[in-house]
Design a binder for this molecule. Structure first.
Ligand code: NAD
Length: 482
């Protein structure tokens, strides 16, 4: 089978290599998290398909690298136009595939896919670079040259958005691309491949190999003919990619997991704090940046908990296609069981479950109720490990030193949310937090010019704005004598 119909949209489930559809002998079954219904058979790639895709990308590289930044940008804007025309199709298919809210896909995520392309196209033409400078009369000129074939490996929690966050800067930089999407959510990458062809991107510049991480993914990252590997996903996978990349010294960028604190200071606006805390359940808790550890000042802990509980009680859990739904299902049975395991073990250890703690009995399937665990042991796994579900913990602190130690007390350092009524005090705390992004009295305000990435085990490197070009391009300094 090569074509499936999902939400009324025809999706070709074969690989996309050198501008053509390529099938594998074997397939794997893709199911919807909404109701476990099979969505279709997907081509299961391995070494053969990876070799074909990298060869196609390598062959297309000189032509794409020689295309002027303006011409590259024009095609990228055309891609954005087509994404905007198809927001509804992409949103509906993505919701069937990963179970995230249709409302978010329509209003935020898919428009952002188009924005990723427009932003990096314009950045390349208008903003990249800094003025030449002189050394003893010699002129230094810095340029960002295309580097070769970028391998992009992406997760399932925001499939097309996270893929285009890498594809757009890589293409803008003049690289060619091989994308390996997550096996639980292969569909929108395939639709996107059609869009690139329609927009006039030359054959071989963008390729998609579908398949499992341990097969297609592992073959791709071990390929000797890559210039870059950019990966978003879990820490264990990043370690195995780093080992494979080491043999070829392929530069890697890693955007990994998090266990971010959501800090509520004694002088915080409780209404704002509760609103921001509820947002940590977005995407059924499957957001790397989520502030899953609520750290609240002892003196306001009860008042905060009441305000928070009241807001959570208004959340509607259900079918993500319903525009009124706030929390959908988890992405996959395996992931659902993993989340349940964390909560069950916490309960076995005597954890205080304030609400939730169980699958949603009414909905069944993969719907796990929003959960709050109060005062778990500081070093328990529910506090230190990434659950990646709608499961928050709440702990209290009394002094700033205690707060900072708790906030920095995991191996992760992706983000932090800080709710405070005192800007100066917030600055003092923010300076001591180890994290790639810190939001003060807000959450998820993202600007593509800003560096994005994690400290400690949350990542290696930064992407966004110039940082993306620094990674995907070969940065060169040309010094000319007077
Ligand atoms: P994962 O590591 O299991 O898989 C991610 C991708 O890697 C998939 O495409 C998978 O097929 C592939 N893969 C698996 N094994 C591989 C191997 N040996 N070689 C090459 N590729 C391989 O992660 P996941 O479960 O899909 O995603 C969830 C994780 O991603 C969470 O930890 C989350 O925090 C993280 N994440 C981070 C960010 C960020 O920007 N920092 C964003 C979203 C998700």
């Amino acid at each position: 089978m090569t074509n499936v119909k999902v939400a009324g949209v025809t999706v070709d489930t074969r690989h996309f290599i050198n501008g053509e559809r390529v099938a594998s002998d074997e397939t794997f079954t893709n199911t919807s998290p909404i109701d476990a219904s099979p969505l279709g058979e997907i081509s299961r790639g391995g070494q053969r398909e990876v070799d074909m895709a990298v060869a196609a990308a390598r062959a297309a590289f000189p032509g794409w690298a020689a295309t002027s930044p303006k011409d590259r940008a024009a095609i990228m804007h055309k891609i954005a136009d087509l994404v905007e025309e198809r927001v509804s199709e992409l949103a509906n298919v993505e919701t069937m595939d990963n179970g995230a809210l249709l409302r978010s896909h329509l209003r935020g995520v898919m428009p952002r896919v188009a924005h990723n392309f427009r932003f990096f196209a314009d950045y390349l033409v208008n903003d990249l670079g800094h003025p030449d400078f002189e050394t003893r009369g010699h002129n230094n000129h810095v340029s960002w040259d295309p580097s070769g074939v970028a391998a992009l490996i992406t997760p399932w929690n925001a499939p097309l958005m996270l893929a285009t966050w890498k594809i757009a800067p890589a293409l803008a930089a003049g690289d060619t691309v091989v994308l390996k999407p997550a096996e639980w959510t292969p569909l929108t990458a395939s639709l996107f491949a059609d869009i690139t062809a329609e927009a006039g991107l030359p054959a071989g510049v963008f390729n998609v190999v579908q398949g499992y991480g341990k097969e297609a993914g592992a073959s791709l990252v071990a390929h000797p003919d890559l210039s870059r590997i950019s990966f978003t996903g879990s820490v264990p996978t990043a370690k195995s990619i780093a080992r494979a990349a080491a043999d070829n010294l392929t530069p890697c960028s890693f955007e990994l997991g998090g266990k971010s604190p959501c800090i509520v200071m004694e002088d915080a606006d409780l209404e704002l704090a509760a609103t921001l805390a509820v947002e940590q359940y977005d995407n059924a808790g499957q957001v790397c940046l989520s502030g899953t550890r609520i750290l609240v000042h002892e003196n306001i802990a009860d008042a905060f908990a009441e305000a928070f509980k009241a807001k959570v009680a208004t959340l509607r859990q259900g079918d993500p296609r319903d525009i009124e739904t706030d929390i959908g299902p988890q992405v996959h049975r395996v992931h659902f069981e993993r989340i349940k395991g964390f909560v069950d073990r916490a309960k076995d250890g005597g954890a205080n479950i304030v609400f939730g703690g169980e699958p949603n009995a009414e909905l069944g399937g993969l719907y796990f109720s929003p959960t709050l665990v109060k005062n778990p042991e500081v070093d328990s796994e529910i506090v230190t490990q990434e659950v990646f579900g709608p499961v928050l913990t709440m702990q209290t602190f009394t002094t700033d030193d205690e707060l900072v130690a708790m906030a920095n007390g995991t191996e992760f350092g992706l983000a932090a949310i800080l709710v405070s009524g005192n800007r100066e005090h917030a600055d003092v705390i923010a300076k001591q937090l180890v994290a790639g992004t810190i939001w003060v009295n807000c959450f998820f305000v993202r600007d593509l010019r800003a560096p994005f990435g994690g400290s400690k085990k949350s990542g290696v490197g930064r992407e966004g704005g110039t940082w993306s070009f620094d990674f995907y391009a070969d940065v060169k300094n040309t010094v000319v004598s007077p």
